[in-house]
Design a protein around this ligand. Structure first.
Ligand SMILES: Nc1ncnc2c1ncn2[C@@H]1O[C@H](COP(=O)(O)OP(=O)(O)O)[C@@H](O)[C@H]1O
Ligand SMILES: [Mg+2]
Length: 354
């Protein structure tokens, strides 16, 4: 059991600020997901934890022990990479045992650990093969098994499923989730995939351009996004948003005919958002427009509604997406109104590019 603490960590590459003042905790046995778009600093933070990179400032502690100056090999941290990084000349069994053997695990125990990992990850029939003779999914299982066999204090995963096709990715995602729960290993899992973040993380930290944008449980991040960025990064489709202003406790959208009560909220630029599942096609509603697209997905339909412009502002066109039953009667080209569930409006204060 082990806990990770990251305190005010910044990391610069010359003029590039890859990480700025990151503070977060991973309690023992939990999985923290670092979620964010490409280039936001996820791998840099993992590399700092692993000791492959030196933070410019700040501290990282594992079980209360500061890691500054501790070489990677002595950190008791195992990392699983996107590209598997297996040893091509070694068999699956040798790859599985490599890290543990290098750390002086006695032969009998080593054999036992390799056997247990092979059993757990369904690699038993493949033990004598070499990586070139494996599929992508099998290779990534070996990479995960190699990390497991080391029994490290901390697991770091850097987009481990990104190179797999969609089907394998969801199968391996479910396996990883079961594994992380069963073994209760402390782990940091980096991804730009919001489904992986939602399903694997006990908590999610959303990174944007090197800064921590929001941290919380998956339900909090999805249901109560703190910023527009988080609202539009999570969810398929992402949260519907409209920019505008608040004046005298009233929100007025700039691109659509919408005025909303915003009691107690500060005057100035603001946005509002509603998740697709909280919108209903109705005879009446605060949002009116025209159906421009109906995507029938089998189990549901996504109805795209182009909102009517604000009077005199025909230039801007906002399209909102409502989740509807698969057999919904929406017809492309026809007028529609959207009703909004109680409590579903989210307000975001500040300009949309902040
Ligand atoms: N070795 C490096 N030298 C210079 N810049 C780097 C280096 N590694 C990463 N960066 C920059 O730091 C930022 C964060 O990169 P990275 O942590 O790899 O992002 P992510 O893993 O989220 O895609 C990017 O702008 C990237 O270009
Ligand atoms: Mg990366």
């Amino acid at each position: 059991m082990s806990r990770l603490a990251i305190r005010h960590v910044s990391c610069r590459y010359g003029p590039v600020v890859a990480l700025e003042e990151i503070t977060l905790d991973v309690p023992s046995g939990q999985c923290l997901v670092l979620l964010g778009p490409s280039g936001c600093g996820k791998s840099t933070l993992l590399r700092c934890i692993a000791g492959l990179e030196q933070p410019s400032s700040g501290a990282i502690e594992l079980d209360g022990r500061p890691l500054a100056g501790v070489p990677p090999a002595e950190r008791d941290v195992a990392m699983v990479f996107q590209d598997y990084a297996l040893y091509p000349h070694l068999t699956v069994a040798e790859n599985l045992g490599f890290g543990a053997k290098a750390r002086g695990t006695p032969p009998a125990e080593l054999a036992e650990r390799v056997a247990a990992c092979a059993r757990r990850l369904q690699l038993e029939p493949l033990l004598e093969r070499r990586p070139a003779e494996l599929s992508g999914g099998q290779r990534q299982r070996v990479a995960v098994g190699r990390a497991l066999a080391r029994r490290p204090k901390l697991f770091l995963f850097d987009e481990p499923l990104s190179n797999l096709d969609a089907r394998l990715r969801s199968a391996l995602r479910a396996e990883l989730r079961a594994l992380l729960r069963e073994l209760a290993v402390t782990s940091v899992y980096v991804t730009h995939d919001q489904v992986e973040a939602m399903t694997l993380g006990d908590r999610i930290s959303v990174l944007r351009a090197g800064r921590l944008e929001q941290a919380g449980t998956p339900a909090e991040i999805y249901g109560e996004p703190a910023t527009r960025f988080v609202a539009s990064f999570l969810g398929t489709p992402p949260m519907n948003l409209l920019d505008g202003r608040i004046e005298n406790s009233q929100f007025e959208a700039s691109g659509a005919a919408l005025v909303l009560a915003a009691p107690g909220r500060p005057a100035g630029p603001a946005s509002v958002g509603v998740r697709a599942e909280h919108l209903r096609l109705a005879a009446e509603g605060p949002l009116r427009g025209r159906v421009v697209l109906v995507e029938r997905l089998g189990h549901e339909a996504l109805v795209h509604v182009e909102l009517a412009a604000r009077p005199g502002r025909a230039g801007e066109r906002a399209v909102w997406i409502a989740r509807a039953p698969a057999d919904c009667a929406a017809v492309e080209g026809e007028a529609a109104a959207l009703a909004v569930d109680d409590g579903a409006w989210k307000f975001f204060v500040g300009r949309s590019d902040e």
